[in-house]
Design a protein. Structure first.
Length: 452
């Protein structure tokens, strides 16, 4: 039996128990399954997966949570320990299943809708169906096709024109440690009306021994003047497998900011694609990936400047220790006649071990002549002289290494406006330091030490 057939059999069995669905949903599932079967799991012969081996996923024996028996319950206390300690509108999923008891949407402001995909489909499936899959079609990748075939749960967030959501919207995906490895294929749809503003957090986290597979697809549509800040905080178990793709469609004068922060997972693959489709559209990508042991983290980003007078900026940092392997492939495409655009891209990597590896490939593809573009990549190690200088000031070696590592991440972390998110990252990257340090100050200290 092929690796693909195992997943297709699981889909077929699930469909038999699912019962009747609207015709368009059934047709879309069939299209996703057919495309996945035709493409098959990617191999390292595929350029987009040249450095990432997904056989661990392809050969995994995963069960849908809805079909598993005797699943261990996740107590509210355990959930509270895993989730972010911040005031937020919460939508919670446990192994891909909506958990209303762990969700809190009571304070939704007027003009804002946040609901599970299953409820959105039940309430008005035609309206949801018109947007779902418009940006992330079955041809994007085998994993997107697989998600389309399996997806029946996730989040739908709608912002009415002019609405401003002051409280962050937290969509959290909790992964349990079960005897049976589970898989989930959540779908997130965000529609931001003209001049609306919001912050959305997608948080992947799980119990220490969780060994599941999640395959997330998110679609974001920004109308004229909409402003959306999107955090993806991925701190799954070091046994979890995680694949995600985020697709953004930007209208005139819209602004999208992405924070892609990866701390966990055994095998992680992230794709982010932004289409700047009208003048004044702006997108900012900030990324940090921290890996140790034998973790593998692959980030593929793409910005399409499809209109003139658009702006993009990308800054990704990788920190790799032990035998970890990181991949960064960032591409900017400037379409013909997209004049007077500005695009900047940077990837810097810090290797904490001689056995850690990074494969980085920044790309520019330009078909217009009046543009301002830059890109670059660097790789290095901690400065031993800087470590010595800190130790001479009475700082222990472990803390000195943590400080310098944190300073390296500072250029990205300075942009993070949510303390709860920043503290999670700091604790993982630098360990539990004696106090919370000012990141900007650390960068200045590190720079001064380099000049000595």
């Amino acid at each position: 039996m092929s690796d693909e057939q195992t997943f297709l059999d699981a889909l077929s069995a699930r469909g038999t128990r699912r019962g009747a669905e609207p015709t368009w949903i059934a047709a879309r599932r069939q299209a996703g399954a057919a495309r996945f079967e035709a493409l098959g799991f990617p191999t390292r012969r595929d350029e987009a997966f040249k450095y990432t081996d997904v056989r661990t996923i392809a050969r995994g024996d995963f069960t849908l949570a809805q079909d598993a028996q005797d699943l261990a319950p996740l107590s509210p206390a355990t959930a509270a320990a895993l989730t972010l300690p911040l005031e937020a509108l919460r939508l919670t999923f446990v192994d891909g299943i909506f958990a209303p008891e762990l969700s809190d949407l009571a304070a939704l402001p007027a003009g804002v809708s946040v609901e599970p995909l299953s409820e959105a489909l039940a309430d008005n499936h035609e309206a949801v169906g018109g947007a779902l899959g418009r940006l992330a079609g079955v041809d994007f990748s085998p994993f997107t096709a697989l998600n389309t075939a399996f997806a029946e749960e996730g989040a739908v967030i709608r912002l009415a024109p002019g609405s401003v959501v002051e409280t962050p919207i937290l969509v959290q995906f909790l992964s349990r440690a079960n005897a049976t490895p589970l898989m989930s294929h959540p779908r997130v749809l965000i529609e931001a009306g003209a001049r609306s503003q919001a912050t959305v957090i997608e948080h992947q986290v799980g119990e220490e021994e969780a060994a599941n597979f999640s395959n997330l697809v998110s679609e974001v549509m920004l109308e004229r003047g909409a402003i959306l800040t999107h955090y993806k905080l991925q701190e799954a178990s070091l046994k979890d497998l995680h694949v995600s793709s985020l697709h953004i469609d930007q209208g005139r004068d819209s602004r999208f900011t992405s924070f892609n922060l990866n701390l966990g997972g055994s095998l992680v693959r992230n794709d982010i694609v932004a289409d700047l489709n009208a003048q004044g559209a702006e997108t900012n990508y900030y990324g940090l990936f921290f890996a140790q042991g034998r973790q593998h983290v692959d980030n593929h980003t793409l910005v399409n400047h499809n209109a003139p007078h658009t702006f993009s900026n990308e800054n990704y940092k990788g920190i790799l220790g032990d035998r970890a392997h990181g991949v960064f492939n960032g591409k900017v495409v400037v379409r013909r006649d997209s004049q007077k655009i500005e695009a900047h891209q940077s990837n810097a990597n810090l290797l904490l071990s001689d056995r850690a590896e990074i494969d980085t490939k920044p790309e520019l593809e330009i078909y217009a002549d009046d543009v301002k573009c830059s890109h670059g990549a660097t790789t290095g190690q901690l400065d031993e002289e800087a470590i010595f200088a800190l130790r001479a000031r009475g700082i222990g070696e472990e803390t000195a290494r943590g400080l310098l590592t944190l300073a390296f991440a500072g250029e990205v972390m300075e942009q993070v406006l949510l303390d709860a998110v920043a503290e999670r990252v700091e604790r993982t990257v630098a360990g539990k330091l004696p106090e919370r340090f000012n990141l900007a100050g650390l960068v200045e200290v590190a720079a001064a030490l380099d000049e000595e």
